[in-house]
Design a protein around this ligand. Structure first.
Ligand code: GLP
Length: 241
């Protein structure tokens, strides 16, 4: 695992956006796995800026989702489908046709999970998966104690994660309890994993993930198993290393 310490989140965003741009220059239809939350926003801003400046052609890029809330109505502004379309797909000048994600509105959520896992494989696998990290060490929505071999499936959020994500909703009661997430085993199939963590609030989780033992209690420690994993942290998030 490679750990890169950058001065701030903008520098982290620029570094990762350049890695994505480099990938797209050699593989124009690369499948980019994207994450939600506040942390990756500088990456998407920097990549969109590169596209606008014609430093990279992203017109054939494909974008896929890491996770999704269950039971939010289709088109809800905080469904991760809506978030990824708004923050990634549209700024890159792409359309829904280049985007894939799990169906959090499906009647049969289990079947939707299996279908998404299969769709990722049929698409040739994820070339670069961007990850954030939860304060409890989760990746995607794989909460602590998730199997390190897990596949895309339904999960129940911890109270901590619902509280962390309540800022995107009109209060804690509005945050769904259930989610679909790519499993840890699914995530590990991406050819390159890039985790970005910024801010002091992530320092403990980063230290456990990078320097602690491999453990299902810290899902992000699974990156230690991956042959090509890059952890990009600002100085605040690196404080425990
Ligand atoms: C959610 C997402 C994760 C993300 C995490 C951290 O739980 N499912 O993919 O990494 O939030 O979000 P933030 O970057 O806003 O701290």
């Amino acid at each position: 695992m490679e750990v890169v310490i950058v001065p701030d989140s903008a520098a982290g965003g620029e570094l990762i956006a350049e890695a994505m741009a480099e990938l797209l220059r050699s593989k124009p239809d690369a499948l980019l796995g994207v994450a939600t939350g506040s942390t990756p926003l500088p990456v998407y801003e920097a990549l969109s800026a590169k596209v606008r400046a014609s430093e990279v052609d992203a017109s054939r890029a494909r974008i896929c989702q890491l996770d999704e809330y269950v039971s939010l109505p289709y088109g809800h502004p905080e469904s991760y489908r809506s978030v990824v379309l708004r923050e990634v797909v549209e700024p890159l000048g792409l359309t829904d046709a280049s985007f894939m994600g799990p169906d959090g509105t499906a009647d049969d959520v289990g079947a939707a999970c299996l279908a998404y896992d299969r769709a990722l494989a049929e698409a040739g696998g994820v070339d670069l998966q961007l990850l954030g990290i939860g304060t409890d060490g989760h990746i995607g929505f794989n909460e602590p104690c998730s199997s390190l071999a897990s596949r895309t499936r339904i999960k129940t959020l911890t109270q901590q994660t619902r509280q962390d994500n309540a800022r995107f909703f009109d209060g804690l009661d509005e945050v769904p309890h259930h989610v679909i997430t790519q499993g840890i085993g699914t995530i590990l199939e991406a050819r390159h994993l890039v985790l970005l963590a910024t801010g002091e609030v992530k320092a403990d989780a980063v230290a456990l993930a990078v320097e602690g033992p491999l453990s299902a209690l810290v899902p992000a420690s699974a990156l230690q198993l991956h042959p090509h994993a890059t952890v990009v942290v600002d100085e605040a998030a690196a404080a425990g290393l």
